[in-house]
Design a binder for this molecule. Structure first.
Ligand code: ZN
Length: 402
């Protein structure tokens, strides 16, 4: 079993230890020491990172027998029995410690205010989460979270002392511990002065002030609980900077003050809707006028007027709209396409008084253009890649198909 120096002093970042075992797991070399300040992955908290000698420790992991494996980025030259110097990355440790200690405080705040227990806890790269058994209506949740956040930050600002100690299970049973311990031979208790007793093997701040700030980022319902995402300390500062940058950029772009941003976006949305309606109406009018113009210029063969047009700058919706306007009149076949350098979209339509089958025409043309298409006898759509042959094939189908 590796001696846990991080239990005695969570601010210890440099130490010496003796190598008691070395090996490799899944291609990753590791060292086992007689004692370590590296917190291993566990309890919802990620492992410390840092250095052993000249090598980087990418992760520490605890085995069932209590040995802590330090996984390295390269094979070590040091041997069993050698003494080695270890160094924890202090910024990483501080950031994780702030989130972890913040979790104790926030969880107890929910328990104090609502009797709501914490059922799950995770720290990931950017965010920490707790699952709270909070029985509240959705409409009440934001206010309930705000009150817990306020209480938690009061505890932070009061800079209360945090003590950790190990007790026998009998001694621990006398304390109002917040959750059941999973350690059977001894219980390591983390006590936040006059606020929280919790059994925990993690790394904690010495005073609540070190947590800096506890800020809730968001929440959602998850498995009949409330999942709360939060950031503490340096992460809260980072998050504030990012949010502030977004608000500042929006404020400049919209040329309004911060408190007017939301109203400004709502107004833009309304204007956009009105403009979209106007564009739709104008497009319908334009399609009607364009259809009349195209029909006036269309030649008549086999008793039908055929309009063939290839556009370079039309949406598919505009193409369909024009096809419908053209074929509202009797005796019309409309063969329309829009193309760019690499592909073409095709729309074929005919008036209801005609018998020719547009889906047959479409399949025939698309086959020749390395594409696919189909539809109904009076309306068909397709897409093709041989843009170079598009014009010739559209002319060809009007001349050769009955
Ligand atoms: Zn803890």
């Amino acid at each position: 079993m590796t001696e846990k120096l991080y239990w005695r002093d969570s601010h210890l970042t440099a130490f010496t230890a003796r190598i008691v075992d070395a090996g490799e797991h899944a291609g990753k070399p590791y060292l086992v020491l007689d004692r370590t300040a590296f917190y291993p992955t566990g309890g919802g908290q990620p492992s410390d990172v840092g250095r052993l000698g000249r090598l980087r420790v990418v992760e520490a992991a605890i085995e069932d027998d209590g040995r802590i494996l330090h996984y390295l980025d390269a094979a070590p030259s040091a041997r069993i029995g050698d003494e080695i110097e270890g160094e924890i990355d202090p910024k990483h440790r501080c950031e994780i410690m702030q989130q972890h200690t913040g979790q104790h405080i926030l969880s107890q705040a929910f328990f104090r205010l609502y009797g709501a227990e914490t059922r799950g806890f995770r720290i990931s790269d950017g965010i920490a989460e707790i699952d709270i058994a909070l029985d509240a209506n959705i409409s009440e949740v934001p206010r309930a979270i705000e009150r817990a956040e306020d209480l938690a930050d009061e505890i932070v600002f009061e800079d209360r002392e945090i003590r950790t100690y190990e007790l026998t299970p009998d001694q621990a049973a006398q304390l109002p511990l917040r959750k059941e311990s999973f350690i059977t031979d001894c219980v390591r208790v983390v006590e936040i002065d006059d606020f929280d007793f919790s059994p925990c093997g993690g790394t904690h701040a010495k005073r609540t002030g070190e947590v800096g700030l506890i800020a809730v980022r968001g929440w959602e319902r998850a498995k009949q609980m409330i999942r709360i995402r939060f950031v503490c300390g340096v992460r809260a500062l980072r998050d504030y900077r990012e949010a502030n940058g977004i608000v500042d950029a929006l404020s400049r772009r919209l040329t309004v003050g911060r408190d007017e941003i939301e109203a400004s976006i709502v107004r833009l949305g309304d204007e956009n809707k009105a403009l979209s309606r106007r564009v739709r109406d104008l497009s319908a009018m334009a399609a009607k006028a364009e259809a009349d113009e195209l029909l006036a210029a269309a030649g008549e063969t086999r008793g039908r007027r055929t309009v063939v047009r290839i556009f370079d700058d039309r949406s598919l919706d505009e193409l369909k709209l024009l096809a419908h306007r053209l074929t509202e009149q009797t005796g019309v076949v409309a063969l329309l396409a829009v193309r760019d350098a690499a592909s073409a979209r095709l729309v074929f339509a005919r008036s209801s008084d005609l018998q020719v089958d547009m889906s047959v025409w479409m399949r025939e043309v698309c086959t020749k253009l390395d594409g696919r298409g189909g539809g109904k006898p009076d309306f068909a759509q397709g897409g093709a890649s041989r843009v170079d042959l598009l014009e010739a094939e559209l002319r060809d189908i009007t001349e050769h198909t009955k």
